[in-house]
Design a protein around this ligand. Sequence first.
Ligand code: DGJ
Length: 740
Amino acid sequence: MPIKFHKQSREFHLYNDQLSYIIKVLKNDQLGQLYFGKRVVDRDNHDYLVENTYRPVTSYVYDNDYSFSLGNMKQEYPAYGTTDYRLPAVEIKQPNGSSITNFTYVSHRIYDGKPQLNGLPATYVENDNEATTLEVLLHDDVINVDLTLIYTIFNNYDAIARSAKFTNQGEHDYQLTTAMSMNLDLPDDDYDWLQFSGAWGRERQLKAAHLRPGIQSVGSTRGASSHMENPFVILKRPHTDDFQGEAYGFSLVYSGNFLAQAEVDPYKVTRVQLGINPFHFSWKLAPQASFQTPEAVMVYTTNGLNDLSQNFHHLYQQRLTRGYWRDRQRPILVNNWEATYFDFTEDKLLSLAKTAKDLGIELFVLDDGWFGKRTSETAGLGDWWVNRDRLPDGISGLSAKIHQLGMMFGLWFEPEMTNKDSDLYRNHPDYIIKTPDRHASHGRKQYVLDFSRPEVVDYVYNMMVKVLADGKVDYVKWDMNRNITECFSAAYPADQQGEIFHRYILGVYDLYERLINKFPQILFESCASGGGRFDAGMLYYAPQAWTSDDSDAIERLKIQTGTSYCYPTSSMGAHVSVSPNEQLQRQTPLKTRADVAYFGAFGYELDLNSLPETDRQQIKQQVAFMKKYRQIFQFGTFYRLKTPFDSNIVAWLAVSPDKKQAIMGYFKILNDVNAEYRRQQLPGLAADLTYQVSEEDGSQIGEFTGNELANIGLVTTDASAGENKETTDFYSKLFIFNAK
Ligand code: DGJ
């Protein structure tokens, strides 16, 4: 069993083939952190790792003892004010105004398998022998509250999933004001902190800086994980790169307000925390009530950032995403949004669908504008019934016609929102999030429904079920186009207003869960004005997400590269759109647009009918090509070979699990003239296999062994680059490797 308890030393050692995680019940019965890193041999006692040191200006726990200070210890789940001055993982406000706690060891349980987290997304196992779980029960005697720290170590992924659960066994109400999902005290500070920052249209751009004393953090206070920051951070050694070196990845399986931070103390201990953002958070813990934090996933590697990412990709593809579509290739879609916006008729849609079908496209998606009085962004949200002026035969009629063409049918919803000009709002003005006596601000002329109230979730559920049950719908795009301000719920008393942000996201999860259970074969794609809620929480419900509203191929190189540090290609909605691009007016070749979008859940988002016939024929070939290689693009092992954050040339590689096939996307952002003779080394292939290398049109490039490709590399340009018409700005080329 890969979790050992050493009774004498009271140490727990969690390990698999690659990593070890060691924690200890300290002398004061609190839990200390001893080690997280490469697998080490087990031993009975690691007392030497507990720092019993005298330091000036330090507070000590025991009378007549100048050695035991929590301020000098590496802890598992620290509290403030018990000799530790760093930021805490937990804070509980008590009736007398105190927030001091002291959670001490009571007992533990080690078992095969992994528990589910009630109402929350989380990684899972299919067989109990895939993972082992440790639950450590701690108790605060003064307030009579239990704290259970839950750790699961997977056998086949270099990952540990963890969370915390609080249960009030006492007689008083308490306010939980900080309840992080994880805390990790690392013994030094020689790390670069990597975060994935952005905004609408330029999500998840890699930003890196060396750790410095004090606190560095990213987070969201918007009610969604947001475009601006992502609930995923990396700590890596300065010399670690994509191919080698030590790194930790921390991912929160949550879609609401979050905080990820690292605090470097004066003794160079790095405290990493990840969880619900304590800002604007409190949870009333009534007697006998429990609070379960979201799950955090920690991955450790000594083999570089590609290996770190691949661990997240495989774990999230195989044991976070669920259901019918988990392992299935994703249908190639056409979405009408950028083809028509709100300006469509049924005839126009059917004509687009017919053309798409002729080109081999498999799924037709009807985006915004099919319901209520929704002919512009100012009206209709919340009225989830068809607009018969536009679609006389209803959704069921349109869906039947699309199915008759031999295509799947998909539909857009924005379940969490309403416009003031809607029947929903006219009948239930109290259903929106707003603060009494305060102005309610809008975003895109819409208001956020109060999903912290179960009756509001029920109301939306019933409307959606009616539509989805009426006509056959194979795919749902679940959009969410504004964030929460003036957060308040009319349904909760004053001492529970700090719960609303979290209750809101629990309501979102509840609606997803109920719809998935009712329609298990629908493929859900999450969306939030593009990639404003691209997080591990969403992947539990929706196996793919619209990566960004910016579908310009060159911008997508950055967005998809940034996203790939945590999330698999199968989860990234990636579409070919029109050129000049609607977001930046940049002109790119149709080939480049497809070559970038192949590395994702592929589709088209443009008016196929208004393209020249030559483009349509090219699209037909692209669709056929994607069908042939989709398994590798979406489920192969993905490598970043060169990234747009520091290179004019970007290269991505996807390799089949048996290593017999691989595809490299090779992109040159700006052309260069009289350039060097370039080679690209290729990791991940089988050294002893010989590969036939070709372009997607079948033209042969040559034959090379995996060993040569890894060490010498593949020649990727010739000396004439810049002097022929083939290589221009925004150039791309695919290299296909087939083992003989
Ligand atoms: C924002 C999404 O990101 C777009 O793809 C589109 O669905 C619009 N909303 C529709 O309003």
